[in-house]
Design a protein around this ligand. Structure first.
Ligand code: F6P
Length: 323
């Protein structure tokens, strides 16, 4: 195994609060341990096009508190092709980058895994996604901040829901994962959550209606995970007979922005340092996560392909507390 002198770092896929804290941690930890650091802009797109800049510790000053990613991000179609990956490899050779740290979600880590196998190139992944849908880590960079943002939005929506005695359906992000919806519902004291992991969610909503929300409650908030098939509007329409006056709020991209929470900054800092440690220990093709408060290395294939399960206890807690 040849020695690593220079580490490349990039962010890819949807931005997430805490990505900057991770870039800072990788950069400073690498420099601290005697490596050069090269930042790659616009994810795999920039890697293919040679958008590279050497970073010093000053390049990552004053960014730990900022949302988004200073490296910018992209969902690259080109990197999915062999030609795109060849162009990326050429950039790495030209720039003398010997290892790559990829901060991103499922699709981004899948790209890293394919590239690492194809070119026998050392890649380390950091879980950067608000969805918290990566297996082998208890959380992901951005998840906690987004959860807090959703909770604050729902707290505000509740003021109107209460004042007008209305039922509100709030649609949140998460793609195929209901962690944001389920935990935001618990944190904001919502009445129900409809999540992809629990197919009974919609039926529960109907049962809930039959029990008669208004017998005991003046208003009601249901949090729904976005889905290409059934969004909040779909569920809202199912109750129009009982409650013709419903409201739908789709929170959209405001969920992904803003300053990262303390938890996300610390999480990102720990896994960022973990990425450099992993390379120093000769680890390859792993995602650095945190499980039971310990930094762990999860093989890419597990992080990507295994499904992270929803703790049934969370479903029970919401159910019992929403009477
Ligand atoms: O994966 C993060 C995420 O925010 C998902 O929750 C959401 O489905 C998707 O990205 C939205 O992507 P875009 O910002 O490209 O529309």
């Amino acid at each position: 195994m040849s020695r690593i002198h220079c580490i490349g770092v990039l962010t890819s896929g949807g931005d997430a609060p805490g990505m900057n804290a991770a870039i800072r941690a990788v950069t400073r930890s690498a420099i601290c341990n005697g490596y050069k650091v090269k930042a790659i802009y616009r994810g795999y797109e920039g890697l293919m096009n040679g958008e590279v800049k050497e970073f010093t510790t000053e390049n990552v000053s004053n960014i730990i508190q900022t949302g988004g990613t200073i490296l910018r991000s992209a969902r690259s179609k080109g990197f999915m092709t062999p030609e795109g990956r060849k162009a990326a490899y050429d950039t790495l050779l030209r720039e003398s980058i010997d290892a790559l740290v990829v901060i991103g979600g499922n699709g981004s880590l899948k790209g890293a895994m394919t590239f690492a196998e194809e070119y026998d190139f050392p890649c380390i992944g950091l879980p950067g996604t608000i969805d918290n849908d990566l297996y082998g880590t208890d959380s992901t960079i951005g998840y906690d901040s987004t959860l807090n943002t959703i909770m604050q939005c729902v707290d505000k929506i509740r003021d109107t829901a209460n004042s007008h005695e209305r039922i509100f359906f709030v649609e949140v992000m998460g793609r195929d994962a209901g962690f944001l919806a389920q935990n935001a519902a618990i944190a904001a004291g919502a009445e129900a959550a409809i999540i992809p992991e629990d197919s009974t969610g919609a039926d529960q909503l109907i049962q809930f209606m039959e029990r008669g929300i208004r017998k005991s409650k003046k208003s009601c908030i249901v949090i729904v995970t976005e889905s290409p098939k059934y969004g909040a509007l779909h569920y809202a329409r199912r109750v129009t007979k009982e409650y013709p006056e419903y409201d739908v709020s789709i929170l959209g991209h405001l969920q992904r922005g803003g300053s990262p929470s303390a938890y996300d900054r610390i999480f990102a800092s720990r896994v960022g340092v973990g990425a450099v440690q992993a390379l120093m220990q000769g680890q390859r093709n792993v995602m650095v996560g945190i499980r039971n408060n310990e930094v762990v290395y999860v093989p890419f294939v597990d992080a990507i392909d295994k499904r992270k399960l929803m703790d049934r206890q969370l479903i029970h807690v919401l159910d019992e507390l929403s009477i």
